[in-house]
Design a protein around this ligand. Structure first.
Ligand code: NPW
Ligand code: ADP
Ligand code: K
Length: 511
């Protein structure tokens, strides 16, 4: 699985390779330039290329690219935007080499005259907002409409947070070195980066970081026992829905079954009985009404919990007194059964901090940013700026596995491993989408996955189901029902790929 690194981590890795391993900086740089050169030849029109360079090592990469293009016979101009007084040692060498080989250097240029622009202004060394001449330059590059290849990271994007530092280059393609930078995996940086290629330049050693959930997650899909029965594939209890809120119970429970759980029981308000029985006859039903005595409610809940292997609580549940009682009792009666807590269960958990310490590693919390801000007592702005700090804070209060949902969903396992999900699309910002994720997570747990794997895998699977829905219906119009249909198709495809791999012994899932 790919590791995502911040700018600081990347600089440490660069230095370790140069100083500890003894690989000269210029060797790494030449490999970086060759990777960019290859990408330019494959994907861009090289009739007339402009390479825009800053004075740090990102600019030095750019100079090397300009030299390689020139020596290969392409028409290339080099535009030095950085100040020579701030040249790095590598930059001084690259600048001299470019001059020795008589690469064309321009001081003034009309960007729209070029067929391709290479952005080598700033890389992971960007340390502050762009202003003045750099801001004007970046805005002019963007306004030119010329396709841009960004070297390592689009200039102006913060390598750790993905934020736009004043302004930033909008690239068609980004060739990034050694490891994918976190900033081009998060929004809005990911949009500015365009298509990202990660190229090996000889820098290794990232052992700690954030794992990007990508197609390698396929191998986590729980195997099916061909001789299995309903019991083998697990029983999920969904405590969901309230008066006038049957949809959340439907989406979450259906997603659990579609994900492969053997049986689903919904515990819900009496008023949802008829609609759920008609809409989703595959689910079993237990009901309560709000006037029920506490002992009777406890009795109904205990029976349902005894039956289940996994409990999910929260979608459409409301934050009524009955809902609060249910959550408290679930945490008391659970023994060691895994629990997924979503939506209103999270709102109740934010209010009842005393319940948080009853959670453990087998509990999975699935807050969206609003719910997370209530749980971790911070603003959504703080969450976006410092997501990992907020997740650490919450973990100290509530030692669970966490799925923090957003356009890029974060997962923190109880043993402190971080994942960032790269699947999904804006069409998933639609009512009921989170309920589907809750059901998928419970369905995977029911099939025997551990929380530390079920949480990242569920987020990834939910994203590919959403991507399928967007392909079928368009991101604008897709609904949670389309995500459920996408889930079905994607699981079928994953099972086929795995079966084919087992048949042929191949391990290339691309085929
Ligand atoms: N051997 C290696 O190490 C390898 C490194 N590689 C490459 O090096 C890149 C990192 O290089 P880097 O560390 O030199 O930083 P870089 O991104 O060029 O920027 C620093 C310069 O920008 C300036 N500056 C910053 N912000 C600014 C602002 N807002 N407005 C104006 N100026 C600003 C800053 O100025 P200062 O802050 O000092 O005033 C300094 O001059 C990396 O992304 C990859 O491409 C690869 O070749 C692989 C091998
Ligand atoms: N722009 C986006 N790109 C990718 N995924 C998204 C985007 N917006 C929302 N999502 C996903 O959609 C789901 C929405 O969940 P949630 O807000 O709980 O919805 P609901 O409460 O309506 O069910 C989350 O899994 C989230 O990660
Ligand atoms: K750049």
């Amino acid at each position: 699985m790919q590791i995502l690194v911040t700018g600081e981590q990347m600089k440490q890795l660069d230095q370790a390779t140069i100083q500890t391993m003894g690989i000269p900086s210029l060797v790494l740089m030449e490999r970086a330039a060759l990777a960019v050169f290859d990408c330019l030849r494959q994907h861009f029109s090289l009739k007339k290329t402009l390479v825009v360079c800053g004075s740090g090592n990102n600019g030095a990469d750019g100079m090397a690219v300009a030299r390689l293009l020139h020596l290969a016979g392409y028409s290339v101009d080099l535009y030095l935007a950085g100040n020579p007084a701030s040249f790095t040692e590598e930059m001084k060498i690259q600048w001299q080499a470019a001059k020795n080989y008589q690469v064309s250097i321009v001081n003034n240029c009309r960007f729209s005259e070029y067929t391709t622009i290479v952005d080598a202004l700033f890389g992971v060394g960007l340390s502050r907002e762009l202003s003045g001449k750099y801001q004007t330059l970046v805005d002019a590059i963007n306004a030119s409409g010329v396709p841009v290849l960004a070297v390592d990271i689009p200039s102006g994007i913060h390598a750790g947070t993905g934020q736009v530092m004043g302004t930033a280059v909008r690239a068609a393609e980004t060739v990034t070195f050694a490891y994918r930078k976190l900033g081009i995996s998060l929004y809005p940086g990911t949009v500015y980066a365009g298509n990202v290629q990660v190229k090996d330049v000889g820098i290794y050693g990232a052992s700690k970081g954030i794992y990007a959930l990508d197609k390698e997650a396929i191998s986590w899909l729980p195997a099916r026992d061909p001789g299995g029965n309903k019991g083998t594939f697990g029983k999920v209890l969904l405590i969901a829905g309230s008066r006038n809120m049957s949809g959340a119970a439907y989406f979450s429970s259906k997603a659990a079954l579609v994900s492969g759980a053997g049986m689903v029981r919904i515990l819900t308000d009496e008023s949802n009985r008829t609609i759920l029985q008609q809409q989703f006859p595959e689910a079993m039903l237990s009901v309560y009404d709000s006037s029920m005595q506490h002992e009777k409610l406890a009795d109904v809940l205990k029976k349902a919990m005894h039956w289940a292997d996994v409990i999910a609580i929260g979608p459409g549940l409301s934050t009524s007194k009955t809902a609060e009682d249910l959550l408290q009792m679930v945490l008391t009666f659970r023994q060691s059964k895994p629990i997924v807590m979503d939506a209103d269960a999270l709102n109740l958990l934010a209010k009842r901090k005393d319940l948080q310490s009853q959670c453990d590693a087998s509990c999975i919390l699935t807050p969206h940013m609003g719910e997370m801000s209530r749980l971790a007592d911070c603003t959504i702005g703080d969450l976006k700026a410092h997501p990992q700090e907020a997740m650490e804070t919450l973990y100290r209060q509530c030692p669970c596995t966490l799925i923090m949902k957003d356009a890029r969903t974060w997962i923190r396992t109880a043993d402190g491993v971080y994942y960032l999900n790269l699947t999904g699309n804006h069409g998933m910002a639609t009512a009921g989408s989170g309920d589907v994720l809750c059901g998928i997570t419970a369905g995977l747990l029911a099939q025997g996955m551990r929380s530390s794997q079920a949480a990242p895998f569920a987020a990834w699977l939910h994203g590919i189901a959403g991507d399928h829905a967007a392909q079928e219906k368009g991101a604008r119009s897709m609904t949670a029902s389309d995500i459920l249909s996408g889930l079905c198709v994607q699981l079928q495809m994953l099972d086929r790929k795995i079966a084919r791999k087992e048949d042929t012994g191949e391990n290339n899932y691309e085929k």
